[in-house]
Ligand binder design. Structure first.
Ligand SMILES: NC(=O)c1ccc[n+]([C@@H]2O[C@H](COP(=O)([O-])OP(=O)(O)OC[C@H]3O[C@@H](n4cnc5c(N)ncnc54)[C@H](OP(=O)(O)O)[C@@H]3O)[C@@H](O)[C@H]2O)c1
Length: 155
């Protein structure tokens, strides 16, 4: 963990510090040395890349998972299975995906340049997906990335 992050945390300037795009083996390496374990791991995560093993690993280590591209950069929005669930609740596909994240305890950072969509994406607290619907969305996983695999990316 970078020294300046540890200092910010020790000085109580920030309440949590984290990492981004860490696979399990990156976290293993970090946790061997780190005096302060990261509290968050921000990773690509959406219904086509549900990252279940890494989520479980993070849960075991008390690391919150934060999903970047939670809507698959828009590519998951035409999914017919999620669309059929959305119709039941009179919600949008984006709202169902973000609700699926919420019920899994995943933090999301959806991006939109449209005010109405930003409001829509925050309006997910008045419905609840059934277990069967959660599992149906879980089953859509294809391990399909929209961005680069952190193992093959030159940071
Ligand atoms: N840490 C990393 O390595 C990393 C990598 C990539 C991205 N990120 C971060 O992750 C965040 C989100 O990522 P992202 O922008 O790639 O993907 P995203 O949030 O999954 O999808 C954004 C796309 O979905 C559209 N959209 C958003 N809400 C919608 C809605 N309610 N209905 C219909 N379309 C909707 C947006 O279009 P409009 O804008 O036109 O509404 C945009 O095309 C960003 O803050 C980004 O910085 C982090």
């Amino acid at each position: 963990m970078a020294c300046f992050l540890k200092k910010l945390y020790a000085d109580k300037k920030v309440r949590a510090i984290g990492v981004c795009n860490f696979h399990e083996h990156h976290l293993d390496e970090l946790l061997k040395e780190a005096k302060i374990a990261p509290m968050v791991n921000q990773i690509e995560l959406h219904p086509l890349l549900s990252q279940e093993p890494l989520r479980k690993y993070c849960a075991d280590k008390n690391i919150v998972v934060e999903a970047w591209s939670p809507l698959g950069s828009g590519k998951v929005l035409d999914n017919s299975v999620i669309n059929s669930i959305a119709k039941i609740y009179e919600k949008s596909v984006a709202q169902v995906i973000l609700r699926w994240d919420l019920q899994h305890g995943i933090v999301t950072i959806p991006k939109s340049v449209h005010q109405n969509r930003i409001i829509e994406n925050a309006n997910i607290f008045d419905f609840e997906l059934k277990d069967s619907e959660m599992k149906l969305i879980d089953s859509l996983n294809q391990n399909e990335r929209t961005g680069p695999d952190p193992d093959n990316f030159n940071f």
